[in-house]
Design a protein around this ligand. Structure first.
Ligand SMILES: Nc1ncnc2c1ncn2[C@@H]1O[C@H](COP(=O)(O)OP(=O)(O)O)[C@@H](O)[C@H]1O
Ligand SMILES: O=P(O)(O)OC[C@H]1O[C@](O)(COP(=O)(O)O)[C@@H](O)[C@@H]1O
Ligand SMILES: [Mg+2]
Length: 520
């Protein structure tokens, strides 16, 4: 078998009229799709994501699995303070029970249970064995889809810690945009730090800016201060974009908890690298915050569930409006800069959506297979229609502004306004009455407080972030993977944005539910 080339073609995935070419990252021998090309009927290729170049694997070598696993273990090993400085562990101050249960083993009293996580505990990153690369959502390493165990590190409190709590100064910073649950995470970090015995806890105001702008002073935090902050949405500390200048952040704190998305993780990793370079005993731990749910490897990020739930009100209102109007067309735009998770899940959840449009799946508006033609059909047969569109969808149909926000993120053109205009002019042109109503609930969706399941997720993540720092790890992030709580090295989760896989069962379920055709 041939050695994988830098970007290996993994196969053509056809669904109806869609032709999705899936490319892999052969480096790690991975044939998992990180990039898609989609071919429209007109033959136009739209590249949805980029591939990443990594070292190659020779699948004809009988040892390739071993090589893969060694490479995997190296990539997913957690950076530790011990790697660069001499630091001795000490018994933890985090007690799970006031008395440790003891049992009599051959006359000697031994701990029967301690409740701590062992550094060698692992969770499986992948839990499905795909029989073939053409299986739905297949995520294969080699062309035969061989089963290879990929173990990642379990999160939680360790028996040994690498900081003396009474001398620790810990900081918390929230960056990027808002997301439901930020306050729950801040609160849990503070409560857990106090449980270890940390007295000096501060909040950094308005993201990374708080480190540099003199008027943004540190906010002292304690159980008393954070007790009720989870009852409101937003961030108690404030958020911001831009303003990252990491070089001097390092020496001010012993532990820094960074809540943010891909951009923030990149910033946090840069701070961690700087600390390593200067051999500082500083632990940088992230908690992924992205309402778009676009961080790799995690089941879902906090706030996502709440956002999907909050979007239901907008979708339901659009449905009522559309259903009540004569030839009503409801149009709801939801967040999702480049990933359509909220739109897909909100559409699935509501069950009322006829057309779901996401950035990962290109569509045409005009022509016999376009969205407008399908709308005509829906008006004719149902009398009304409901569209749910992600903000990043169909950007190729719009005039680009080339503007960026303070963090360098592209400012998107409004697909909702464009769709509404196109719908209005189309129905006018064909002489059919229509009544298109556009709802943009963006900030109403993300400013709400976390729902019950997100509140629990935030609690777990906040606590595990603190356990990770005390365990001496730095440059890590924490998340839920196949329902297990894990620590991951930051670079592995920001290798690329996480996209909806158009070959996944979830997207296919969405198509089944809406009944929409391919818009090509
Ligand atoms: N590549 C990067 N390296 C360092 N810092 C970054 C990088 N990208 C973004 N940041 C900083 O991270 C913070 C949040 O980034 P942003 O993209 O706005 O939100 P998010 O973290 O949610 O993706 C900003 O202060 C920004 O300056
Ligand atoms: O108007 P703002 O504050 O820049 O936020 C808008 C953006 O925030 C998001 O909700 C999520 O972005 P982050 O992951 O950076 O928090 C995007 O969907 C949206 O494009
Ligand atoms: Mg971002």
């Amino acid at each position: 078998m041939a050695v994988a080339s830098p970007v290996e073609y993994a196969g053509l995935i056809s669904s109806g009229q869609n032709h999705l070419a899936c490319f892999g990252v052969p480096s790690s021998g991975r044939l998992r799709c990180v990039g898609y090309e989609q071919k429209s009927r007109t033959g136009k290729l739209v590249v949805r994501a980029v591939s990443v170049d990594r070292p190659q694997l020779d699948f004809s070598n009988p040892d390739w699995k071993k090589q893969f696993q060694e490479d995997f273990d190296r990539r997913f090993s957690l950076p530790h303070l011990r790697d660069v400085i001499d630091v001795e562990p000490r018994p933890t101050t985090f007690s799970l029970k006031s008395r440790t249960p003891l049992e009599n083993v051959n006359g000697a009293l031994k701990e029967s249970w301690n409740g701590y996580v062992n550094d060698d505990d692992r969770a499986l990153l992948k839990v499905i064995k795909f029989a073939s690369p053409t299986s739905a959502g297949a995520d294969c390493i080699d062309p035969d889809c061989s089963w290879v165990e990929q173990w990642i590190h379990r999160a939680g409190p360790r028996k040994q810690i690498y900081f003396e709590p009474q001398y620790v100064k810990a900081g918390i910073v929230t960056c990027g945009g808002l997301c439901p649950g930020l306050n729950d995470v801040i609160r849990q970090i503070v409560l857990t730090l106090e449980k270890y015995g940390v007295k000096n806890i501060v909040g950094i105001q308005h993201g990374f800016r708080g480190f540099f702008e003199n008027h943004l002073s540190e906010v002292p935090l304690s159980r008393h201060v954070v007790q009720n902050i989870n009852l409101a949405g937003g961030s108690f500390l404030g958020v911001s974009r831009g303003g990252a200048n990491i070089s001097d952040i390092a020496r001010r704190l012993d532990m820094l908890f960074v809540l943010g998305g891909n951009g923030t993780h990149a910033g946090a990793n840069a701070i961690h690298e700087e600390c390593r370079k200067r051999k500082l005993q500083v632990s940088i731990v992230c908690v992924p915050k992205t309402i778009d749910n676009d961080i790799l490897l995690m089941d879902k990020t906090f706030g996502f569930d709440t956002a999907v739930e909050a979007a239901q009100r907008a979708i339901n209102s659009a449905y009522i409006e559309a259903h009540s109007a004569f030839h009503g067309i409801g149009l709801v735009k939801l967040m999702g800069r480049s990933s359509g998770f909220i739109t897909m899940h909100a559409s699935l959840s509501s069950g009322q959506v006829d057309i779901c449009l996401i950035p990962e799946v290109p569509f045409t508006l005009d022509g016999p297979h376009g969205v407008l033609q399908h709308l005509e059909h829906l008006i004719e047969t149902k009398g009304f229609a409901l569209i749910c569109v992600a903000e990043g969808a169909g950007q190729e149909l719009l005039q680009k502004s080339n503007a960026t926000d303070a963090s360098g993120n592209m400012v998107l053109s409004d697909i909702g306004v464009h769709l509404q205009q196109k719908i209005k002019s189309h129905f006018k042109e064909i002489g059919v009455h229509s009544d298109a109503k556009y709802i943009d609930p963006t900030y109403m969706v993300r400013a709400v407080r976390a729902n019950a399941s997100d509140a629990i997720l935030c609690t777990v993540l906040g606590q595990n972030a603190v356990h990770g720092a005390f365990a001496g790890f730095s440059g890590i992030t924490t998340g839920v993977c196949n329902t297990h709580n894990v620590y991951l090295p930051i670079p592995e989760v920001i290798r690329s944005t996480r996209f909806v896989d158009p070959n996944s069962r979830m997207w296919h379920r969405c198509l089944t539910s809406t009944g929409q055709p391919d818009f090509h």
